[in-house]
Write a protein that binds this ligand. Structure first.
Ligand SMILES: Nc1ncnc2c1ncn2[C@@H]1O[C@H](COP(=O)(O)OP(=O)(O)O)[C@@H](O)[C@H]1O
Ligand SMILES: O=P(O)(O)OC[C@H](O)CO
Length: 494
């Protein structure tokens, strides 16, 4: 019997999961790695840590499942998106720490491009907005701030990659410098209409084309792992950004279907089929996946979701593990007027305010940690409600929302999510859908699964949360939330 190995390189941990032909998890190995916060609003990772934890858990998953490399039919890769690495092609060494998607240091570069009137061309060509979130301005910052980097880049000595690219480079022993279309679509450099890197945008950001990887589809055999890495060469056959992979893993394969993933951040994607749908409500238009044809999506990106729960654990110390938040929130019937806006790294969709900061408001002498815990869970759901409203205004007509990711295990939060959306929230049995999507993309490429119809038959419901809140109460709660959001905006001076 053979299996598919998914490598899921997330913001806070590297995971490797072995899946069987029924899409069931045979083995998971996971390792957290260091988060580096050099200044307020800056977030970095050591790219070598990313590689060493990822290859370590891959080996652990294979052996822990009692398998050998020859039992793995293919590897699928999925990754935290936008996070930017530049390395030396000759030595394979990064020239600086990776700049993480949450990092705000390039907000000023975005402001300058906007002031010069360039936002429309970026938005039209890439489907994105000018925000520090995306890779383009991070590359620009590295070229401008790392000694000698620009000259080396001009000479073709450096390589840029998002994490997919960095992992494939290392998995193949430096043989392949490639990315996939879904990750390319998050750089501000990739033109959705031509399906290629765009020279005008490269010029506006002053980035030499020689830095960039070759763009490949999301499901094809790109190459094999280097000799000696796992004991046998394994085909690498699928690759996608984690949110696109989760959409594929939730089998949201047809137009109008949507999923929301509750991890470090929270990302809602709605499949728009073969059509590039521009958003009039500050959502992103994003490439979902490319197989024989290309599928697109509308996306609402929320920067802080599960990370807020981690902050209650590590920053405030009011819970010892993320899972404890549900019981603490259940000690109170409501938040007693407390609102928490987790704008720790600014606000993403639909506000796009790089200068917003976290706000805890409505405190009284009677406020307890239970109220704060409950306000935190509600905040995650409220942020998704703002995104869903923008999606509905863009023409989306959702009957149900499929959910996944680590924090979707929280029943209290999922019920509140259904209440505040007024839409059914459906959780599948496998909530590791990001890894599952990457496995599916790889498995399809090597004929492990025949087609997407076969995959759709594997998807199973765990639990459906039906909305139970009155329309009046929902409107009142949303109005209070939006008042708090306004208070958080434009706070930071940087
Ligand atoms: N029961 C829970 N309630 C709320 N949040 C949770 C719960 N369990 C885990 N989390 C949060 O979910 C996140 C982990 O989800 P995961 O999908 O692994 O994230 P990522 O892929 O971004 O690293 C963490 O931020 C954690 O705080
Ligand atoms: O690490 P996650 O799962 O929250 O995902 C990060 C996103 O890909 C950022 O765009």
């Amino acid at each position: 019997m053979s299996y598919i190995l998914a490598l899921d390189q997330g913001t806070t941990s590297s995971r490797a999961i072995v899946f069987d032909a029924k899409g069931r998890i045979k083995k998971i190995a996971q390792k957290e790695f260091r988060q580096i916060f050099p200044q307020p609003g800056w977030v970095e990772h050591e790219a070598r840590d990313i590689w060493s934890t990822q290859v370590g858990v891959a080996q652990e998953a294979i052996t822990g499942a009692g398998l050998r490399a020859s039992d793995i039919a293919a590897i699928g890769i999925t990754n935290q998106r936008e996070t930017t690495v530049i390395w030396d092609r000759a030595t394979g060494q990064p020239i600086h720490n990776a700049i993480v998607w949450q990092d705000r240091r390039t907000a000023g570069i975005c402001d300058a491009l906007r002031a010069a009137g360039h936002e429309a061309v970026f938005q039209h060509k890439t489907g994105l907005l000018l925000d520090a979130y995306f890779s383009g301005t991070k590359i620009r910052w590295l070229l401008d701030n790392v000694d000698g980097a620009r000259a080396k880049a001009e000479r073709g000595e450096l390589a840029f990659g998002t994490i997919d690219s960095w992992l494939v480079w290392n998995l193949t022993g430096g043989e392949l410098h490639i990315t996939d279309a879904s990750n390319a679509g998050r750089t501000l450099l990739y033109n959705l209409h031509t399906g290629d890197w765009d020279d005008e945008l490269l010029g506006l950001l002053d980035i030499p084309r020689s830095l960039l990887p070759e763009v490949r589809s999301n499901s094809e055999v790109y190459g094999t792992t280097a000799e000696g890495l796992f004991g046998a060469r394994i085909p690498i056959a699928g690759m996608a950004g984690d949110q696109q992979a989760a959409t594929f893993g939730q089998v949201c394969h047809t137009r109008g279907m949507a999923k929301n993933t509750y991890g470090t951040g929270c990302f809602m994607l709605m499949n728009t089929g073969g059509e590039i749908v521009p958003s009039a409500n500050k959502l992103l238009t994003t490439l979902a996946w490319q197989r024989d044809t290309t599928t697109y999506a509308l996306e609402g990106s929320v920067f802080v979701a599960g990370a807020l729960v981690q902050w209650l654990r590590d920053g405030l110390g009011i819970i010892r593990s993320s899972g404890e938040i549900e019981a603490l929130a259940a000690t109170v019937p409501d938040t007693d007027g407390v609102c928490l806006v987790p704008a720790f790294v600014g606000l993403g969709a639909p506000h796009w305010d790089a200068y917003a900061r976290g706000t805890l408001i409505g405190l009284t002498r009677g406020t307890t940690k239970g109220h704060i815990a409950r306000a935190a869970l509600e905040a995650i759901a409220f942020q998704s409600a703002d995104v869903l409203e923008a999606m509905q205004r863009d023409g989306g007509d959702l009957k149900e929302l499929r959910v996944d990711g680590g924090a979707s295990a929280n029943n209290l939060m999922m019920q509140f999510q259904a209440d505040i959306l007024g839409v059914s929230v459906v959780r599948p049995t496998v909530t590791e859908t990001t890894a599952l999507g990457a496995a599916y993309l790889a498995g399809l490429a090597v004929g492990y699964w025949a087609d997407t119809e076969e995959l759709r038959a594997l998807w199973q419901v765990d639990r459906v949360f039906e909305p139970a809140m009155s329309d009046d109460e929902r409107a009142g709660r949303l109005a209070t939330w939006r008042k708090a959001v306004e208070r958080s905006k434009g706070w930071a001076d940087v």
